[in-house]
Design a protein around this ligand. Structure first.
Ligand SMILES: [Zn+2]
Length: 267
């Protein structure tokens, strides 16, 4: 089954429940909560919001703060990154949201060793999750679009293999940007999905949008009909999937484009 939904609350939403209802009323069935600037949600509230989403048929995931960096030169940032991921994971646990989507690291001056740093930091998160009995949340390692960010498919694969509760978050626009416009055929889309399925023993989680890019990779996200990449190339490969897949639309017009993608997939 394919679930499609926006990154962030639809515009005009007055509360998380309102946002969930708006998503459901548009015929969508997924919503990624945005905690990019910090997790400010009471745990009791999260339980109620999670129940509301369940009864509305909307599957939740959540994006962790952007300042996580497990390969920072600063020990303090590395330690605090564990806290930022855990804040997200604990709220996800109450919301019954998964995965907690993570931008795990920047290379900084020392690209070598970055995957080991990510595995070390997230491994410590998994130990805490284990102690706290959190089993319903996966750590979603996002494929990143800037060449200075950790998160190629090879890096994700190495980390996911080492981390028991981790899955890849296949951001197709980021992969397109990083590869200088490489997502130019259905064959390439199928290759990425196949790799993702090999890595993930759970459901597939995708991000899509249009994207502008340059020599250093991603510049900015664009609407889905921007042609970069051609959204038409995603349709047949997505329809062929038999497992659970969630597609989160991260364009500047996320709910409009999520509805558009859903209608194109149904054609
Ligand atoms: Zn992201």
């Amino acid at each position: 089954m394919i679930r499609i939904g926006p990154a962030g609350y639809p515009s005009g939403s007055r509360s998380p429940e309102d946002a969930i209802d708006a998503v459901a009323s548009m015929g969508l069935s997924a919503l990624e909560l945005q905690f990019g600037r910090g997790v400010r949600m009471d745990l009791e509230r999260a339980t109620a919001i999670g129940r509301h989403a369940f009864s509305a048929g909307v599957r939740l995931s959540a994006h962790a703060p952007y300042y996580v960096n497990f390969h920072s030169q600063s020990q303090e940032t590395r330690d605090r990154s564990i806290g930022w991921v855990m804040d997200t994971v604990r709220v996800c646990h109450r919301l019954n949201a998964s995965p907690a989507v993570i931008h795990a690291a920047s290379y900084g001056k020392d690209k070598e060793g970055s995957t080991a740093s990510v595995i070390d930091g997230l491994g410590r998160c998994l130990e805490i999750m284990d102690r706290e009995g959190i089993r319903n949340v996966r750590l979603g390692l996002e494929a990143m679009g800037k060449k200075s960010s950790w998160g190629t498919l090879d890096e994700l694969e190495e980390a996911v293999r080492a981390l028991s509760q981790a899955i890849p978050v296949l951001d197709l626009a980021h992969l397109h940007a990083r590869d200088g416009g490489g997502l130019d055929s259905e064959h390439k889309v199928r290759e990425i999905l196949r790799r993702g399925r090999r890595m993930s023993d759970g459901p597939l989680h995708l991000h899509v949008s249009g994207i502008e890019f340059g020599d250093r990779g991603e510049r900015k996200h664009l609407p889905l009909d921007s042609g970069s990449p051609d959204t038409g190339l995603l349709l047949a490969p997505l329809r062929e999937l038999t497992e659970d897949v969630t597609v989160i639309v991260e364009s500047p017009l996320p709910e409009r484009d999520a509805v558009w993608l859903l209608s194109r997939l149904r054609q």
